[in-house]
Design a protein around this ligand. Structure first.
Ligand code: SF4
Length: 345
């Protein structure tokens, strides 16, 4: 494996679900042709509203879901349709942290055994060595040694998520897929978990795909960001480019809802409120899937032609919108009002 080889390459990932006839029939187009790369040591964000398909992408990558089409490569190896046996060695390289720390831990198993389970299952450690490694891992996630005898229901939400992180990282995976790991937590403990993920990543060097709907978290944590809408990637760029000068109208609307630390800028900024909800993925809109809610859609162009994800300025910042200029200039969704663009202080 070369130093520049991506840890994860997802290309054309598609996941459809059949809806039973008893519930009206049809096909849910949860994810359609998604491309994502995660480099070594990168923390990459995947953001979008609920229903955008981001969690489905995460579950396909860790093979909790079978992709309908497309390819998933881990360190260059195709894992798209890996067998059950192949999954075993895969689990050593890629692990997932779930959104809900309450339901992702077995309530009848003490913390020490929860964290030890991957070590035993993969035959990585035996006897006292298991206890030593569990103790080290608990310490890394900020939990004391006496936690190993406690049960999940005895712990706060933040501590349970620390246990979830310890279990996911005890094998030293090269890729961590984190599916909204802080959204079920109290606001007061979110920051501590986010800081912990950042510290652990620096310390252990794993790559991370961080799925979230909260843009502030993504801005703090991630090097690059993908924005999803109704199963498509609509924009991708470095954190700075994407947050300072978003190009896609959907990204602009998401960022306009993020509270700014400067009260003056917050007062001046105009929020872009999108009409309606995300359309049904059973019958996604034609052309640009965002056209039914886009404040600057042009017809019939946007209804009839699917926009490609295009890099306009040679800086790996890409957007899928017919109205982005050849120089990368974004369409103005603010209606000429004051700054819409996000300013981080
Ligand atoms: Fe809006 Fe059209 Fe751009 Fe889609 S392609 S985001 S509908 S302007």
């Amino acid at each position: 494996m070369s130093a520049s080889e991506p840890v994860l390459e997802v290309s054309g990932l598609t996941k459809h679900f059949d809806v039973p006839r008893s519930r009206g029939g049809g096909v849910v187009h949860a994810v359609d042709g998604v491309d994502i790369t995660v480099g070594q040591g990168e923390i990459v964000g995947l953001v979008g509203e609920s229903g955008s398909g981001k969690s489905t992408v995460a579950r396909c990558i860790v093979r909790l879901l079978e992709p309908t089409a497309g390819r998933i490569r881990l360190h260059g190896k195709d894992i798209s349709h890996v067998s059950r046996r192949g999954m075993r060695s895969l689990r050593r390289q890629v692990h997932m942290v779930f959104q809900d720390p309450y339901s992702s831990l077995d309530p009848r198993t003490p913390v020490g055994d929860i964290v030890a389970e991957p070590l035993r299952m993969h035959g990585i450690a035996r006897g006292r060595d298991v206890g030593r490694r569990v103790g080290e891992m608990l310490e890394r996630v900020g939990l004391s040694a006496d936690m190993r005898r406690r049960y999940p229901h005895e712990l706060s939400g933040g501590r349970r998520q620390r246990v979830g992180l310890a279990r996911s990282l005890v094998l030293g995976p090269s890729l961590l897929v984190a599916d909204e790991p802080v959204s079920a937590l109290d606001v007061s403990v979110r920051a501590s978990i986010i800081n912990l993920v950042l510290d652990l990543q620096r310390d252990m060097g794993f790559s991370c795909l961080f799925v979230a709907h909260d843009l502030s978290t993504v801005e703090f944590l991630c090097n690059r960001v993908y924005v999803t809408y109704l199963g498509h990637i609509v924009e991708v760029g470095s954190r700075d480019r994407l947050f300072d000068a978003p190009r896609h109208p959907y990204t602009q609307s998401l960022l306009s809802a993020v509270a700014l630390p400067d009260p003056r800028l917050q007062r001046e900024r105009r929020r872009v409120v999108l009409p309606g909800d995300v359309p049904s993925p059973i019958e996604p809109p034609s052309g640009c899937r965002f056209h039914t809610r886009c404040p600057v859609a042009e017809f019939p162009l946007c209804r009839e032609q699917v926009p490609e994800l295009v890099e306009h300025t040679g800086d790996r910042h890409r957007a899928a919108c017919h109205l982005v200029g050849t120089d990368g200039r974004a369409p103005d969704v603010s209606g000429g009002a004051d700054p819409l663009v996000h300013h981080q202080t």
